[in-house]
Design a protein around this ligand. Structure first.
Ligand code: MF3
Ligand code: CO
Length: 252
């Protein structure tokens, strides 16, 4: 069941989302060679708590960290660790969410560590562009899969692939609500255009894009998803409200 949010509720969601933005900005500025994902996780928790919010992922399905990281061929859900030390040339996905005043905010970025390869740079650019193209379609009367299609076409036109095993989601009083938001059009082109988007829907759109094959596997820690072929992967996410004036990015 899809929960439509009132203007008041969307205002609350924006407050939660703004704390996520502050945390991601802080972490982005702190990323560099020699920094561990553990250090970054501590920082995120500190900023969130200082703002009166609670990290959303810690304890969710027993996830042990506050932030989900993804270095290079990791796709999502890497656990913070003192042993995971960033080095020049890496790309690192940073995925963070909070709950504030009963509502969740959720966003992710992938950032370069120092100077990165041209291929890595292209991957980051295309993945973020695909998210923005998807968001542009998040208007009332469009179908949900208009969002999915915009993301998928851009990524595939650029020669990269969309991860199928994870999708975006509705968000509100729960971190994960209906509808699921795929970054690809489900079925074989014959299916419907998905649910009709309505003012008051709030969705987390989060393309995960691989340089090579879309297949992923989970490491023995039970969380870290990596590309099966070892190629680079990137992830960007925004929490977006569908309004009568069109899409509004809350995590901006
Ligand atoms: N941002 C991710 C999501 O939207 C991370 C949550 S998984 C967790 O699903 F278990 F780590 F919380
Ligand atoms: Co999410």
């Amino acid at each position: 069941m899809i929960h439509l949010k009132s203007k008041e509720e969307i205002k609350k969601m924006r407050s939660a989302a703004q704390i996520v933005v502050e945390v991601l900005n802080t972490l982005k500025e702190s990323v560099g060679p020699g920094v561990s994902t553990w250090d970054l996780d501590r920082m995120a928790e500190e900023v969130a708590i200082k703002r009166g919010a609670k990290p959303a992922f810690k304890g969710y399905s027993d996830y042990p960290g506050s932030v989900c990281f993804a270095i290079n061929s990791e796709v999502v859900h890497g656990i913070p660790s003192k042993k995971k030390i960033l080095k020049e040339g890496d790309i690192v996905g940073i995925d963070f969410g909070v709950i504030l005043d009963g509502f969740y905010g959720d966003s992710a970025i992938t950032v370069p560590v120092g100077k990165i390869s041209a291929l890595a740079h292209k991957l980051l650019q295309v993945t973020e562009e695909s998210l923005l193209k998807g968001i542009q379609e998040a208007s009332p009367d469009n179908g949900l899969f208009d969002v999915s299609r915009a993301i998928q076409s851009h990524v595939e036109d650029m020669g990269f692939s969309i991860v199928r095993s994870y999708v975006g989601h509705g968000i509100g009083k729960s971190l994960h609500e209906d509808p699921q938001v795929p970054n690809f059009v489900p079925g074989n082109g014959s299916s419907t255009n998905g649910v009709k988007l309505k003012p008051g829907m709030v969705i987390a759109i989060e393309p995960m894009v691989n340089v090579g094959n879309p297949d992923i596997k989970i490491l023995s820690d039970g969380w870290t998803a990596v590309t099966v072929d070892g190629t680079l992967s990137a992830h960007f996410e925004h929490t977006v409200a569908v309004t009568d004036k069109g899409p509004v990015i809350l995590t901006q």
